[in-house]
Design a protein around this ligand. Structure first.
Ligand SMILES: Nc1ncnc2c1ncn2[C@@H]1O[C@H](COP(=O)(O)OP(=O)(O)O)[C@@H](O)[C@H]1O
Ligand SMILES: [Mg+2]
Length: 279
């Protein structure tokens, strides 16, 4: 029998959700965008936020990172209620989580090493310490050879990998991924999903991942990164039953949670909207 691969991150208390949205609502001048959103993310879990373009996925991630404040409800991350924090506390909180922004959002005027070390410089980490940490993060995303290249010299997939290196340089227990495969071809998308699987299954990183691509969602839900074989394998079944990947779904529709649950529940659902979405 294989070992379950998801590890508990040392910062987490077993059993306690690491991220909790409680009845969260937010609107802008054009109206309410998210309404009464409640869900929990367990330590080591990657929660996939599925929804059409404009359904509020980016807004939801920004709420989870304290980049936006809800109009109602509470957002509790690692035991802290973000809605009760002041700006200084939020700044400090944001340093402890990783955020891979939509389109990667690298600084074009900085080389790869300076992009990846950005947070370490903000924290005044010494130069001697910075270089090995940057190299380690780049090695993890298999981009060490790009150390002194500029973003303009890289392909879209490479830039996305560098933005993941930047998010994990501090080894944060939580990483938010906003549409991490948007604009990439299927093969490159799969390399990004494999990186995310490694962070989930080897490092025990807890995540929210926004996407409108079902391939991403099922790649995360139906595969695990096997540490002994050092490769991605399908979830398996043995005498103990089916070993699930630690990934579940939230489907957003019209500002509300339309569905939340595991892959099997999503696939078995007779609901016509979900059926259509899955096709
Ligand atoms: N800062 C903002 N101010 C005003 N409207 C916003 C802001 N951020 C997002 N919105 C609106 O919220 C809606 C959801 O946006 P978004 O979360 O980016 O969707 P998704 O990421 O699912 O494509 C859109 O209608 C968008 O225009
Ligand atoms: Mg978005």
């Amino acid at each position: 029998m294989r070992e379950p691969v998801a590890r508990q991150n040392s910062e987490t208390t077993p059993g306690e959700p690491l991220i909790r949205f409680e009845n969260v609502s937010i609107g802008f001048h054009e109206g309410e965008i998210l309404r009464d959103i409640s869900f929990e993310v367990a330590p080591g879990e990657t929660k996939v936020i599925l929804g059409e373009s404009g359904s509020g996925k980016t807004v939801l991630l920004k709420l989870g990172a304290g980049l936006l404040r809800p109009d109602a409800g509470r957002v509790i991350v690692m035991g802290h209620d973000l809605t009760e924090m002041n700006e200084v506390e939020l700044l400090d909180f944001r340093r402890r989580i990783g955020f891979v922004f939509q389109e990667g959002a690298l600084f074009d005027s900085l080389d790869v090493a300076d992009n990846v070390s950005f947070r370490l410089r903000e924290e005044a980490v010494s130069l001697e310490e910075t270089e090995p940490r940057v190299r380690e993060a780049l090695r993890f995303v298999e981009m060490e050879e790009a150390y002194d290249k500029f973003p303009a010299e890289l392909s879209g997939g490479m830039r996305r990998r560098v933005s993941i290196a930047r998010a994990i340089v501090d080894q944060p227990p939580i990483v938010y991924y906003d549409s991490p495969t948007a604009g990439l071809d299927p093969v490159t998308s799969q390399t990004i999903i494999t990186l995310i699987l490694r962070l989930r299954d080897l490092n025990g990183v807890t995540s929210l991942l926004a996407t409108h691509r079902l391939q991403d969602a099922f790649g995360l839900a139906n595969f695990v990164f096997e540490p002994k074989e050092r490769r991605v394998v399908p979830v398996w079944e043995d005498e103990d039953g089916l070993h699930f990947a630690p990934t579940n779904f939230v489907v957003l529709r019209n500002g509300e949670i339309y569905f939340q649950g595991a892959t099997t529940e999503l696939l078995k659902s007779p609901d016509s909207y979900l059926q259509e979405f899955l096709e």
